[in-house]
Design a protein. Sequence first.
Length: 184
Amino acid sequence: MILMKRGLSSLQRGAALLTSLLILLVLSLLAVASMQNVSLQERMVSAVRDGQIALEAAEFAAREAELVLDNNTVTLGNFGVQTGLYEKATAPNIYADATWAPGSGSASIAATGFPTSELAVAPRYLIEHVGQVTNEEQINDMAVGNYGGAGAAGPPEGFRIVAWSSGRTGQTRRIIEVYYGKGS
């Protein structure tokens, strides 16, 4: 009788060990799945932040291009002659990497003033002169500076500004397009 109790007790201990191992296995699988989920969420948050930084830098570059036009830093004679300044329908493909590549052969202009430690590459822009804007609806659609309406010397000049920026990693890119008008 004593032997049976010991044998039964061993079986109970074996069953408890097996049950404990199964529970430990299930908990380990849950922990691994949870870690993978957290890792995925971390990558998604990083990508969103990277995209926001790239968009902010592209907006900065577009604003810098507007200031270049506002401050009369360039004249209409510079278009088609200087890098980054194009006549109507002569701008390069804005989706080509070569358009935004840094360096002396680039088809775009590097924006200055944005903290480059936040980006893989400094933001860039190009400006295309699209001609005089004569339609009143087009004038209202553009941000026209120095235009007094009917009393102005002539219709405003229209410009297409395209700004590009990378994110921190260089994997994210944002391109924005702004139409801008300047009265004479």
